[in-house]
Design a protein around this ligand. Structure first.
Ligand code: SAM
Length: 497
């Protein structure tokens, strides 16, 4: 591959003689040429800049000087050999690797040529761009100085057939010149060329690579340094466990430091263990809305509901409540329940009365995807409203987890568990007339084994049953309960009355 850097400070690029890039040049893996722009200036002072049209501070680099230089380097000149022969001009011993400028490789016209113009107003330079550039035949980097290069230069070469132009930025800060950007691009591209890195395996798991994750933390000897130990698993010699640990660390690190990268992950490439790590960091992969259209991981935040949520809460409740009803329940009865308990008016009342209700919501990309409704007793000793529940749940004060629902797309993703734990965590902080809540209980449909298993995983145990009437049908729920302040949550149901 051929890389050309055009600059008014060729010496700045001397560092490219060092290390792996220097070796790649010496081994002929990389044809890197550094050119002095002033070699193409025509006046006695070899001027490359002038005052800005429209006024203002600083100088702007002239398009005419850049034009002849880039035509030569890109092999577009009618007479490429007509390059200047100034003392520092390319082609002299002072210029790095310099051939006569403009001596394009034979057949260059058929090759992929890219002109890079570093500028703080360009697209952010990324690993993906480096990978793309590594597949080009020639990359020319035009290093600006002063206030930058006359805007017509990029415009002109964009219109030139066979030349790709990319204006690239290293980041949101301003450097004095494009040379540092050129060093960055050469380093990033050269190490991807075949043969440059001794062990190509070392490229595979790197940050910003195909996995789309940051790399896991790395360690070497000594095993204990400054009181800090290398994680045991890395010395276990167990390749499978090491690989899993590294993957977990990469996912966790990316979630903490670069959540934007998680949103770009291919959900099809995530296994169950990956999903667990992501869930622990608040990221979930919802089911596709249509077959074959996988949805990227989504950040789900759990928070207390506010008055602004009531319309969305009522819509969510109306969408989710029927899904958990037993199939024999008449649709009219289900709707009647929604109308009399889960309307906007009801949610407005629940959210407004935080002595009596706790409403938490799970929100993903601005949409409510789940909620819980906890009903607190009015006074510490108040028994649950149904006598069979009051008998089964001994401890007081006892709050009812009346609702815990998530949209179907988020069922089985772990969002319900996060909502439930957040509800229990908040419940632990609540008191009723100065007595802290002792137990949370719930009724769940006897046939809904999935819900029962899920509640069991969160420390709920079956303590009894309750019977209730919906319309014409007599229903029976399992009553499950969880003590809030004991080490063994199953100990709550002989809690004393
Ligand atoms: N006036 C320009 C602006 O505000 O956008 C800044 C010009 S800067 C002082 C001079 C040169 O440094 C630019 O032409 C470019 O080559 C280089 N440069 C500065 N910051 C850069 C960045 N963040 N990324 C890439 N190149 C940069």
């Amino acid at each position: 591959m051929r890389l050309d850097v055009v600059t008014i400070f060729p010496g700045y690029l001397d560092a490219l003689d060092l290390s792996l890039v220097g070796k790649a040049r010496r081994d002929g893996l990389l044809d890197l040429r550094v050119h002095d722009l002033r070699g193409w200036a025509t006046d006695r002072h070899r001027t490359v800049d002038d005052t800005p049209f429209g006024g203002g501070a600083g100088m702007v680099m002239r398009p005419d000087v850049w034009g002849v230089a880039l035509d030569d380097v890109l092999g577009l000149s009618a007479d490429p050999s007509g390059a200047p022969d100034a003392p520092d001009a390319p082609g002299t011993p002072d210029a790095r690797g310099a051939d006569a400028p403009g001596a394009p490789d034979a057949g260059a016209a058929a090759h992929r040529r890219v002109l890079l113009v570093p500028t703080p107003s360009g697209d952010r330079f990324t690993q993906a761009m480096a990978e793309d550039l590594a597949a080009a035949d020639q990359v020319v980097i035009a290093c600006g100085r002063y206030e930058g290069i006359d805007a017509r230069v990029a415009e002109h070469y964009r219109a030139e057939p066979g030349i790709e132009v990319h204006e690239i930025s290293l980041g949101d800060y301003v450097l004095n010149g494009g040379e540092v950007a050129a060093l960055v691009v050469v380093e990033a591209v050269a190490r991807l060329l075949p043969g440059v890195i001794g062990n190509p395996e070392s490229l595979v798991e790197e940050s910003h690579g195909a996995a789309g994750l940051l790399e896991y933390p790395v360690y070497t000897k000594p095993p204990v340094w400054s009181g800090l130990e290398v994680p045991d698993v890395l010395a276990s010699g167990h390749h499978g466990r090491v690989a899993r640990w590294r993957r977990d660390q990469a996912l966790a690190r990316t979630a903490e430091r670069r959540p934007d990268m998680l949103a770009a992950l291919d959900p099809g490439a995530l296994d169950r263990a990956d999903l667990k790590v992501l869930a622990a960091h608040g990221w979930f992969v919802p089911a596709p809305r249509a077959p074959g259209t996988p949805v990227a991981p989504t950040r789900v935040r759990v928070r207390r509901a506010t008055g602004a949520d009531v319309a969305a809460l009522a819509a969510l409740a109306a969408a989710t409540f029927p899904l958990a009803c037993p199939p024999h329940m008449a649709p009219a009865d289900v709707q009647a329940f929604i109308d009399t308990r889960l309307s906007e008016r009801h949610f407005a009342a629940y959210v407004a009365d935080d002595a009596r209700y706790l409403v938490l919501v799970a929100e993903a990309a601005g949409e409510l995807v789940g909620y819980t409704l906890l009903v607190l007793p009015r006074e510490p000793g108040e028994p649950p409203y149904a006598p069979d529940v009051a008998d089964a749940v001994g401890a007081r004060p006892a709050a009812e987890l009346s609702k815990c629902y998530v949209l179907p797309a988020y069922q089985g993703t772990g969002v319900a568990g996060v909502l439930l734990e957040a509800t229990l965590d908040t419940a632990r902080t609540l008191d009723v007339a100065g007595e802290r809540l002792a137990v949370v209980w719930l009724g769940t449909n006897q046939g809904n084994r999935r819900a029962q298993r899920s509640y069991s995983r969160h420390g709920f145990t079956v303590v009894g049953t309750r019977r209730f009437r919906v319309g014409d049908s007599l229903e029976q729920d399992l009553v499950m309960a969880r003590a809030l302040h004991v080490a063994d949550p199953t100990a709550q149901h002989d809690g004393g009355r």
